[in-house]
Design a protein around this ligand. Structure first.
Ligand code: 5GP
Length: 346
């Protein structure tokens, strides 16, 4: 046994220090970013915020709403080929730039991935997603996927440490999804004791990825727009959101009425609810590592998007970053023991 004693930080451990700036309006700030990739030859431009590949978040309806702001959606892996066909028939002509096809690492997953690309060779992004990106089998799967799809942009995860970011980039991934345990409906830390405070994970993994010419996607743990700003400030190239995009008209999942008020069901992809729905129950050798919650219905996601983008533009003006790209180098985090004033919070 060994103990590492240097302190690892989450979003609530810091604030961003304001800096003298010449920017006098948020409207001057550009949130667009352009990326080229380590392996794929494609280029990407847009606002680097992503809806998570959860079936109560990363839906076709979500992608249709988010593309209006050039935001990205990792489409969950449970759509059928027929549903993909119907969606792609009506979709915006730029849709292939703003969605990823998600897959696990089982044989059935890779067959389905192949079938989707066979049907829609124009799709560009693959999101290879497992809860624990530390297995050798996972790195091998990334390698095989790169061999099979040399031109696609591959995002893979999840991991939280620099050495694994490097290994997965070298195995063929372009972007690495970072986050173990911070998610709003995740119970990994409760069930296993494993995890890594998200801000430190971002800082350390971004450093490793950028050193090799790769990108990272900070995945999980953002509760408010200020957390999204902190994730970018820490070095995230993309920020993936689950809970913040859940509960809307475009989020999948059941709508429930309780005492005349509308709620939407939201659940982790390893929750009992998800496993019952997609794989016929929780296998007896494993524990569910996700929660099911009902959250108040929040209407169209458009309002939430405006709120997040408005917050982020404001962060940029506070530190004098005219482009989102400059936010990291203009960020000084201060360690704090207080966050926002909650006296009038419900
Ligand atoms: P959020 O933005 O809601 O805090 O986090 C979203 C992320 O939580 C997802 O993108 C995914 O990485 C993670 N996640 C989703 N479902 C589960 C689950 O059932 N268990 C765990 N451990 N993580 C989950």
């Amino acid at each position: 046994m060994r103990i590492e004693t240097d302190l690892k930080l989450g979003f609530t451990d810091v604030m961003i220090r304001p800096k003298r700036s010449t920017l006098n309006s948020r409207s001057l700030v550009s949130l667009d970013r352009e990326f080229s990739f380590l392996h794929s030859k494609y280029k990407w431009s847009g606002v680097p915020i992503m809806a998570a590949n959860m079936d109560t978040v990363g839906t076709f309806e979500m992608a249709t709403a988010l593309i209006n702001h050039k935001l990205f959606t990792a489409i969950h892996k449970h759509y059928s080929l027929q549903q993909w066909k119907e969606f792609m028939l009506t979709a915006d002509e730029n849709m292939t730039n703003y969605i990823a096809v998600s897959t696990g690492i089982g044989t059935a997953d890779s067959k389905k991935l192949a079938a989707i690309f066979n049907q829609h060779p124009e799709l560009k992004f693959i999101c290879i997603d497992v809860a624990n990106g530390y297995s050798e089998h996972f790195a091998n799967f990334v390698k095989k996927t790169r061999e099979k799809y040399p031109d696609k942009i591959i995002m893979a995860g999840n991991v939280v440490t620099g050495e694994m970011v490097e290994e997965l980039l070298l195995a063929g991934a372009d972007m690495i999804k970072v986050g173990i345990g911070p998610g709003s409906v995740c119970t990994t830390r409760v069930k296993t004791g494993v995890g890594y405070p998200q801000l430190s994970a971002i800082i350390e993994c971004a450093d490793a990825a950028h050193g090799l010419g790769g990108q990272i996607v900070s995945d999980g743990g953002c509760k408010i727009p200020g957390d999204v700003a902190k994730a970018f400030g820490g070095g995230a190239d993309f920020v993936m959101l689950g809970g913040m995009f859940a509960g809307h008209a475009e989020s999948g999942g059941k709508t429930i009425e309780i005492n005349g008020e509308k709620f939407k069901q939201f659940y982790g992809m390893s929750s009992e609810t998800a496993m019952n729905k997609h794989v016929g129950g929780v296998a007896d050798y494993r524990a569910s590592e996700g929660k099911t919650v009902e959250i108040p219905y929040r209407g169209a996601v458009e309002n939430t998007v405006q709120d997040i983008l408005g917050g982020l533009r404001s962060t940029c003006t506070y530190v004098g970053a005219i482009r989102l790209k400059e936010l990291t180098k203009r960020t000084t985090f201060i360690r704090v023991q207080e966050q926002h004033n909650q006296v009038f919070s419900k």
